[in-house]
Write a protein that binds this ligand. Structure first.
Ligand SMILES: [Zn+2]
Length: 71
């Protein structure tokens, strides 16, 4: 893992923080954490960037009734 190319982060960035419940140092993505020790998670709004919405998903058909045909 020593020859990692310096590519600017296009996707989620790995961040580190401390679990506010048990104090364990945990890794997260874009400031969102999930503690594997005690199960604590922070709120998604604490993330560094907004979560992708369904409208942003290119695989998700929007604006038509065809997307809801299965319901
Ligand atoms: Zn914890």
């Amino acid at each position: 893992m020593s020859s990692v190319p310096s590519v600017p982060p296009a996707g989620p960035e790995i961040t580190h923080g401390e679990c506010r419940q048990c104090g364990t140092l945990i890794a997260g993505l874009d400031g969102r954490y999930s503690c594997g020790v005690c199960g604590w998670v922070n709120h998604h709004s604490e993330g560094h960037r907004p979560l992708p919405r369904a409208e942003d998903d290119i695989d998700h058909a929007v604006g038509g009734s065809e997307a809801n045909r299965l319901s």
